[in-house]
Design a binder for this molecule. Structure first.
Ligand code: FRU
Length: 578
């Protein structure tokens, strides 16, 4: 792995009384976004991926008063593996088209990494940073210190932004939660009635610390949520989020909290996974409703998801996760082939619903992909039949697929009733397969084992979920059961939402040749059931912004605004040593 030569280039300016100095690695461009080429054969076209280099967790997700979504992310702007952590930044109006922004958060010193955290809009100026504005943003994050041969403490810190989240100053009263622990990280802040609440992982003690604050600067420990669910070897990136509870017709009947905990390594399928607990939060303590451990996904490529701050109460929460797994994130072939590693999941809308036998379940619905839908290539309704479609003419090599199965008389469903969805490369013979067995143990399954562009012992290839459908949650108007599947296929990432989002999976795959044929086939469905299929080609969310050289420059039009941005207007001609 490359090591970066750090030269001293601290920015100890005093535009605001409370700011602290920032260390800028000379190899890291400042003041404008890093350019990227999004045309590579493995590059997702409707998912976010960084312009170049290595990305991991989503950070600081918030939606501002103008409806702009801000996505920050763990970013190494100098290499294709983890290290040298900063906060990269992108913005979107619709959660599908993203505009790259300049790097938002730099470390205070050379031997410190900016780790994961969150952001809030301090509308009422509780922090005192924003006397004359309502759009001030405060980010809270972990600073992780490294000594030459050892990890140093991880402390919680804040930075504030006067320009709506484009540039930040580190607070000179940092850290706001001190610690001597080397494993204390990832603060996620929410507003609770009349104060701030942060959940922070004591990673190797398997505890989520709950803290409260009136002003984001002074934090008081309130309680620990410890030893719940699967432990793996560490707890990371906790979230506490209020979700609407919907009845089977979709009406909001109440609200409840969910605690999510990402664990890593040691997930049941290997590496990284996220578990969640629906429960009560009284402002200081979180009590789960039951003793069950539930996972957000049944595959293994959605980690450290975060929920946007600023979504109004009683609306579905919106989350985005890191579409990877630490078991192989730093080895996937996009790094050497195309100079970037990792994408984010598509945005998911989340709410709670009682599902058959399972109790309150967090539903994952794909946020409406309308902004990237292009042409409806197929719309068919059939009983037991199949269809196959060549989509090699679709330049984006990305598709959205919906299949609705209705009229299912569950007492007549045999174990052999299936609906399969397969993507194939006619030239290499590779295929990505999935399907549902309506009877028997109801497995919904996915197999990436016939895609051959990445050979890694941990890149396990088969996933399945027990999909107990047919209960009150999935009864259609005629009293018969219905079952719905959506799939978002995007070059090297595919996401499935089964049974209306009761089960979700994000799956990476790396074909040697593009997969350009899709087929759907149903078999042995009982008489009276129908399958309605719609297949859409997708428009690339990146291609329209590429210049003649194929480069997406991102937001180069402004400094990111204000006095805060202008002092970073310098691009260093940095260099690496290996
Ligand atoms: C999770 C994580 C966090 C940490 C960050 C560092 O993927 O390990 O706990 O803050 O990544 O990049």
């Amino acid at each position: 792995m490359k090591t970066t030569v750090f030269l001293s280039a601290a920015f100890a300016t005093a535009a605001y009384a409370q700011n602290a100095s920032t260390f800028v690695n000379p190899a890291v461009p400042t003041g404008q976004p890093i350019p990227g080429n999004y045309s590579g054969g493995l590059r997702p076209q409707v998912h976010y991926s960084p312009p170049q280099f290595f990305m991991n967790d989503p950070n600081g997700l918030f939606v501002d008063a103008d409806g702009t979504y801000h996505l920050y992310y763990q970013y190494n702007p100098t290499g294709i593996g983890a290290g040298n952590q900063h906060w990269g930044h992108a913005t979107s109006r619709d959660l599908y088209h993203w505009e790259n922004q300049q790097i938002a958060l730099f470390p205070p010193e050379e031997s410190v990494f900016v780790f994961s955290g969150s952001a809030v809009v301090d509308v009422n100026n509780t922090s005192g940073f924003f006397p004359n504005q309502t759009n001030g943003v405060v980010a809270m994050f972990t600073l992780a210190r490294y000594y030459p041969n050892a990890a140093g403490p991880q402390t919680q810190n804040i930075a504030y932004s006067h320009d709506g989240g484009y540039t930040f100053q580190l607070y000179n009263g940092n850290p706001v939660v001190n610690s001597s622990s080397t494993q204390f990280r990832d603060p996620k802040v929410i507003w609770y009635e009349e104060y701030w609440v942060a959940v922070i992982a004591y990673s190797q003690e398997f505890a989520v610390g709950i803290f409260t604050s009136p002003d984001l600067k002074h934090w008081t420990f309130a309680s620990n949520f410890s030893y719940h669910g699967l432990l793996g070897a560490q707890y990371e990136c906790p979230n506490l989020v209020k979700l609407p509870v919907r009845d089977s017709r979709g009406a909001v009947t109440s609200e409840a909290y969910v605690m999510t905990v990402s664990l890593q390594p040691g997930a049941p399928l290997g590496g990284s996974i996220t578990e969640y607990f629906p429960g009560d939060f009284n402002g200081t303590h979180f009590i789960p409703f039951d003793a069950a451990t539930r996972l957000t996904d049944f595959a293994k490529d959605n980690y450290a998801a975060q929920y946007f701050y600023g979504v109004p109460d009683r609306e579905d929460a919106i989350s985005i996760g890191w579409a990877s797994n630490w078991q192989y994130a730093q080895q996937v072939p996009t790094g050497n082939l195309e100079g970037w590693r990792s994408a984010m999941t598509a945005p998911r809308a989340n709410y709670l619903q009682n599902t058959t036998r399972l109790g309150l379940t967090m539903i994952n619905k794909l946020v409406d992909p309308a902004p990237v839908l292009d042409v409806r290539l197929n719309a068919t309704t059939f009983g037991n039949s199949s269809l196959s479609l060549d989509f090699s003419h679709v330049v984006s090599n990305a598709l959205y697929i919906e299949a609705n199965v209705t009229g299912l008389n569950t007492s007549l469903v045999s174990g052999g009733a299936t609906l399969n969805l397969t993507f194939t490369s006619p030239s290499s013979g590779e295929s990505l397969r999935s399907g549902f067995f309506f009877g028997g143990d109801n497995p919904f399954w996915i197999d990436r084992g016939l895609v051959r562009g990445f050979d890694n012992i941990f890149f396990t290839d088969k996933f399945s979920a027990a999909n107990i459908y047919g209960g009150s949650g999935s009864l259609s108007g005629d009293g018969l059961a219905s079952w719905r599947m959506q799939a978002l296929f995007d070059r090297s990432i595919c996401e499935w939402f089964a049974d209306g989002g009761v089960h979700a999976a994000t799956v990476l795959f790396y074909p040697t040749q593009p997969l350009t044929t899709v087929s759907l086939a149903s078999q042995a469905l009982p008489p009276g059931s129908t399958v309605s299929v719609a297949i859409w080609s997708l428009k690339s969310a990146w291609a329209p912004y590429a210049n003649e050289q194929g480069t997406v420059l991102g937001n180069v039009s402004s400094s990111g605004g204000g006095a805060a941005g202008s002092k970073r207007h310098m691009i260093y001609e940095g260099s690496f040593s290996s």
